[in-house]
Design a protein around this ligand. Structure first.
Ligand code: COA
Length: 249
């Protein structure tokens, strides 16, 4: 597992790269754990000024590893890594920039709601099939998405599971910019370098003002997580997860 999350420093920029291409960057508990550690370490290190999230070509992330979900759905222990990562995103002290190419499902979409700038390629499709899986929205998305897309746009994305192309996401204000595949990482790293060059204290205050109080977001993440955990043990979720596992047989 060790290489499924790669942490790299480029001057004052910490790059957190999801790197499990054979599973389209489906996230395991260990991967969440490593990303939470990186956020905490970067926030604590004055030499780090920006966090960057990247995936692999064609896959930002296919969302939570459904094998892990199925384990919980069939009576196993879930652990706290996902929950801790969601809190780490909501609490992060430093700007976060993401570069999304291709698959962006579930947390692969909702992670970006916490980022200050997201760049995505034209072939990107943002999708959150929570309800189809018998689950509910997570990562504060039930609070954050309606703020950007309005109630009906949020319903289409989070309840109907309709996808949003990169261009639709940009037009709706969900992401910052659409860039061609070949230029994605350069655009992300250039933006991160610009952020890193700003006076950090003024930037932090400005960012905190724009994000507003964290308590409502943290409370919503807690509420969603409790419901999500209940839903994972539901017949609806178990059936949907087993159908995913069986689909290639
Ligand atoms: N959890 C576990 N494994 C996953 C996964 C996930 N979320 N997403 C993809 N994989 C695995 C596939 O099982 C497959 O493994 P295999 O090669 O051992 O059979 C491998 O990754 C490649 O996926 P595949 O489905 O063949 O690629 P694709 O390009 O045809 O489709 C997706 C990609 C993302 C559209 C499709 O895999 C998918 O729908 N995944 C589930 C997404 C999801 O519902 N996430 C949870 C949201 S809450």
């Amino acid at each position: 597992m060790t290489d499924h999350i790669l942490i790299e420093r480029r001057d004052a920029v910490q790059v957190i790269r999801m790197n499990r291409p054979d599973k389209k960057n489906a996230l395991t508990r260990a991967m969440y754990g490593k990303m939470s550690e990186a956020l905490a370490a970067g926030d604590a290190d004055p030499a780090v000024r920006v966090h960057v999230f990247l995936g692999v070509p064609g896959a930002f992330s296919a969302g939570n590893d459904l094998t892990d979900f199925l384990a919980v759905a069939t009576g196993g222990e879930g652990g706290s890594e996902v929950w801790e990562f969601l809190l780490a995103l909501a609490r992060s002290q430093k700007p976060m920039v993401s570069g999304v190419d291709g698959i962006a499902v579930g947390i692969g979409t909702t992670l970006n709601l916490h980022c200050d700038l997201t760049f995505a390629t034209p072939r990107t499709l943002f999708r959150t099939p929570f309800v189809d899986l018998g689950l509910v929205p997570e990562a504060g998305s039930s609070l954050l998405v309606p703020q950007v897309l309005g109630r009906q746009g949020a319903f289409a994305l989070l309840a109907l599971g309709e996808g949003l192309s990169a261009e639709q996401a940009r037009a709706a204000g969900l992401i910052h910019q659409v860039v061609e595949e070949g230029g994605l990482e350069a655009a992300v790293l250039a933006a991160a370098a610009r952020i890193a060059a700003k006076p950090p204290q003024a930037l932090r205050i400005a960012r905190d003002l724009m994000r507003g109080p964290r308590e409502p977001l943290l409370a919503r993440i807690e509420e969603e997580t409790a419901l999500f955990r209940e839903r994972l043990k539901s017949d609806e979720a178990r059936a949907a997860l087993m159908a995913f596992m069986e689909r290639k047989k």
